[in-house]
Write a protein that binds this ligand. Structure first.
Ligand code: NDP
Length: 585
């Protein structure tokens, strides 16, 4: 196909998906959709005594962000902290997501943190979710984090008191904790979202989100095949990284599977295999940091001398084709390279899918940086099974649900089970995702101060919220390997707290001027990518296409994670905390 035709096709696909409601197309699970948010992994009836205590740090969230922050604090001799976690154990994403086939398509040796410290060798190149969840527990035990954890506990409120220079955190278990520092590590992809499809509440069959899998209904377990679906028709809405992993499992277990597709994912080769123990034992101390860094370089176009991971990710993202360039020739080269990568991914569809009509519908028509690429070896072949049916909505998405199932083009698809693989909130307001709205100086709520979107320095400090340190992607780093980002963020947060304790700094927060400067930096980097982004279909990478309003301020640092980490490092090295308002005791 000629380049012009490809460009036109990209634009046609983008136009089909543009919609006025942007992020508002999804509904917040709080309120009328709370049933979708019940924890399936704990026994009901848990109680414990309420705690009233003063500690140095309260951390919200026991996923990798909160755990890594706790580990970094411990390493710096700060052991006086509590971790408040909604789930019944550590793990975050890996606690909640136990859907069949769940795994991580980022290499385990770079993704699973603290392998050297815990002495653990992942069993495979791409680890399964149960193995990663067990690793979270291993970290909890190794670093003695369990005594600090308050599980099955929601935050009711968190308020700053200027007089005592303390945060007060109250919880659903009646706790009242006061602390000098308050770290919100509430998760990147933890708040499930549902498409606000008319009729969604009229559906009479069983329904759940992939992050709250109901094995009582489907049978099986994360490591066992589902055995209660052989007479069931199952619908699944969404075809992102989660659905890619679920569909093959459903195909094996259910009588019929209907996959409702709005936008096809680009699906590359995964090629999993057992860890070569002999190789693993040759790795020298410090190897994991180096490998994480090397992987991030490779997937951000920084082309390290050697590609240590050498997988689909590094192959697809080796060239940053969305980069700024003033040379028209270079731009043309980048565009061609991008088109070649996507053409190869489309060719794979033809190779894997028997029916040419189905193959056409499964082909991704957008640039490689527009949407998260996926890697899986069983997803595409699942559509060759007679019981797996692709219901392509040609970019429109499911717009109506009846009492028996989704309705597309006037046809109702009756299903016994309707699964939402519809993803998570990423760039919605932080308070909405945290599930509470912290009150800073003078009782002003975060949602009020951030009425027009986020205001931060590095995504970490915010003015009028002294000693609150945010670990989130909003105005902060992002990357293929989230754990690499979180490790950098945790180091920063723990170092700041250590410095404040050492230097008798009573309070630290951003200045409003520094926040605007940081926003300008974010925009500057984003503008460099604007030419490319303008060609992209909507998705969570671009706040569903938002160019103004809150979505525009709630952007992630759009450049390389290593550049973002560089800002943090330079800030720490500067010694005088530039852009922070610091009050000494
Ligand atoms: P996504 O947000 O990636 O996907 C949601 C899906 O729902 C999209 O396909 C979306 O279509 C679709 N959708 C939304 N509304 C409708 C509608 N009305 N009708 C039909 N389809 C609809 O969520 P995931 O849970 O798949 O993944 C989220 C993130 O979690 C990933 O990007 C990744 O970062 C992480 N993840 C990582 C994994 C790993 O292996 N490392 C595995 C799984 C998840 P559209 O594309 O058109 O918006």
């Amino acid at each position: 196909m000629h380049e012009d035709e490809i460009r036109e096709r990209y634009e046609r696909e983008r136009q089909k998906r543009l919609r006025d409601d942007g992020l508002a197309q999804y509904v917040d699970l709080t309120g009328q959709f709370e049933d979708f948010d019940i924890d399936p992994w704990v026994e009901p009836g848990f109680t414990r005594d309420a705690i009233t205590k003063d500690v140095t740090v309260v951390i919200v969230g026991g996923g990798f962000a909160g755990m890594l922050a706790a580990v970094e604090l411990t390493r710096r001799g700060i052991c006086d902290f509590h971790i408040i976690e909604k789930g019944g154990d550590f793990g975050g994403t890996w606690y909640w997501n136990r859907y069949p086939g769940c795994m991580c398509d980022v290499e385990s040796y770079t993704y699973m943190p603290l392998l050297e410290e815990t002495g653990y060798m992942p069993t495979e190149k791409y680890a399964s979710a149960p193995e990663i969840f067990e690793h979270c527990q291993r970290i909890g035990n190794h670093f003695d984090l369990y005594p600090h954890a308050l599980f099955q506990t929601d935050i009711d409120d968190a308020t700053w008191d200027d007089k005592s220079q303390r945060w007060t955190v109250t919880t659903s278990r009646g706790d009242s904790l006061t602390s000098r520092f308050f770290v919100t590590a509430g998760g990147i992809l933890h708040k499930a979202k549902l498409p606000g499809i008319p009729g969604i509440q009229d559906y009479a069959g069983r329904t759940f989100h992939t992050a709250r899998w109901d094995y009582d209904f489907t049978g099986g377990a994360p490591r066992e095949p589902m055995d209660k679906l052989d007479d069931k028709r199952v619908g699944i809405i969404g075809t992102g990284a989660t659905a890619i992993q679920v569909v093959p499992q459903l195909g094996r277990a259910a009588k019929d599977v209907y996959v409702f597709q709005r936008t096809p994912s680009a699906v590359g080769v995964r090629n999993n295999g057992p860890t070569d123990e002999a190789w693993y034992r040759t790795l020298e101390p410090g190897w994991q940091d180096e490998r994480m860094r090397n992987f991030t370089q490779a997937v951000t176009g920084e082309k390290p001398l050697q590609d240590l991971v050498g997988d689909g990710w590094t192959e697809v993202l080796w060239e940053a084709t969305n980069q700024t360039t003033t040379s028209p020739e270079h731009r043309a080269e980048l565009e061609q390279s991008d088109m070649e990568t996507m053409a190869a991914l489309r060719k794979r569809v033809d190779e894997e899918i028997d029916d040419p009509e189905t193959a056409e519908k499964l082909k991704p028509w957008y640039g490689k940086h527009c949407k998260r690429v996926c890697f899986h070896d069983d997803y595409l072949p699942a559509f060759n099974r007679p019981n797996v049916h692709l219901v392509d909505t040609d970019g429109a998405g499911v717009r109506e649900i009846g009492s028996r199932g989704p309705i597309v083009d006037g046809v109702e698809y009756p299903v016994d089970l309707l699964i939402f693989a519809s993803g998570f909130e990423v760039t919605t307001p932080l308070a909405q995702r945290l599930g509470f709205d912290p009150a800073g100086r003078g009782g002003v709520r975060l949602s009020e101060r951030w009425q027009d979107g986020a205001h931060t320095l590095h995504g970490i400090f915010t003015a009028e919220f002294p000693n609150m340190l945010v670990m989130s992607t909003v105005q902060a780093g992002f990357g293929t390997n989230f754990v690499h980002f979180l490790s950098q963020s945790a180091i920063h947060v723990a170092s700041v707290i250590r410095t404040c304790l050492d230097e008798d700094i009573a309070t630290i927060e951003a200045t409003p001027e520094a926040e605007e400067e940081w926003l300008a930096t974010l925009y500057e980097v984003a503008i460099g990518l604007a030419h490319y982004s303008a060609t992209c279909i909507p998705g969570y990478y671009n706040s569903e296409g938002a160019t103004s309003g809150k979505g525009a301020r709630n952007l992630v640092y759009p450049g390389s994670l290593l550049h973002y980490a560089g800002y943090l490092e330079r800030w720490r090295d500067a010694g005088d905390m530039p852009g922070a308002r610091v009050v000494r005791a």
